[in-house]
Design a protein around this ligand. Structure first.
Ligand code: C5P
Length: 279
């Protein structure tokens, strides 16, 4: 049996560069893992079985955990059955990468259960076949991601930050937000300069997916304004939303329908998976 945590991520900035002929979008984004975790338990079994603490989550082949198990079997030719239990804490339809993190954790776990038969680079290459954000979780936890999001540049640690995740009750699906993107409204920054700014004390926080998300649900814009009034030094929607991260050590006051989670940046040590004491 193997128990692993599966962390959430935030996008410190997220810039959409263009729509591609395959329907996806090229982007440039600084991803960071945070201390908000699901818990996954893996054991070999006669047959595959996925159970989840949250009855609302599908546990069929649409779940990225099942897709990761099938991918690993397909790539390695190994035959095994796997029982997985998912203790869900990361909010979904939030832009926090919960499902992608679960898939990356499953690939890591399967390699552990097979005595690390495959190099990490193989897991990273395979992971891009089942989703754009999965590869990131196999990085060291801080990465500049380009392409669909699957091209990873692992980076040095960022200055430590305390933060709050603010999750509005309503969720948004990633394809819906991308569908509402107005390509004439994209930011015109040089993303590589933005990236450097995070390492020389001049961070710039922006997310091109905020505008379409706010157009779909204007209440989200109002929530962002309320969060900004609390005095955080940055408030930004993560990924395709609907969660916001709020940087700084302020204590938030309640907003009806919004759940707050405290967090910090975390990282993975080489050769180890994320742990609750990792930093
Ligand atoms: O790759 P993933 O399955 O996470 O993407 C979900 C959806 O988000 C895609 O079907 C696509 O509509 C959109 N997407 C995109 N460009 C990206 C990543 C995702 O358009 N770079």
């Amino acid at each position: 049996m193997l128990q692993l945590i599966s962390p959430a991520k935030i996008n410190l900035f997220l810039q959409i560069l263009r729509r591609r002929v395959d329907g996806y979008h090229d982007l440039a984004s600084l991803f960071q893992t945070i201390s908000l975790y699901d818990h996954l338990t893996f054991s070999f079994a006669e047959q595959d079985e996925l159970t989840c603490s949250d009855a609302c989550l599908p546990t069929d082949s649409s779940n990225l955990i099942i897709k990761a198990v099938d991918l690993f079997r397909r790539k390695t030719g190994l035959k095994f059955g796997l029982k997985v239990h998912l203790e869900k804490h990361i909010p979904y339809e939030a832009g926090l990468g919960g499902g992608s993190s679960n898939a990356a954790t499953t690939l890591w776990a399967l390699n552990e259960l097979h005595s690390r038969a495959y190099p990490l680079q193989d897991l990273m290459t395979w992971s891009a076949e089942i989703g754009s954000d999965i590869t990131f979780f196999l990085s060291n936890g801080t990465a500049y991601c380009t392409g669909r999001g699957e091209i990873i540049n692992s980076l040095n640690p960022l200055p430590k930050e305390s933060l709050w995740i603010a999750k509005p009750a309503q969720g948004l699906s990633t394809p819906t937000v991308f569908k509402h993107l107005d390509l004439t409204q994209l930011s015109l920054h040089d993303p590589e300069r933005t990236l450097i700014g995070f390492y020389n004390g001049r961070p710039l926080y922006y997310n091109d997916l905020e505008e379409p998300a706010f157009r779909i649900d204007p209440a989200l814009h109002h929530i962002k304004q309320q969060l900004m009034e609390m005095g955080f030094h940055a408030v930004l929607m993560t990924g395709s939303g609907t969660a916001f991260y709020c940087l700084g050590s302020k204590t938030p006051y309640q907003i009806p329908g919004v759940t707050f989670y405290p967090a910090t940046f975390i990282r993975r040590q080489p050769g180890q998976w994320y742990s609750q004491i990792s930093i």
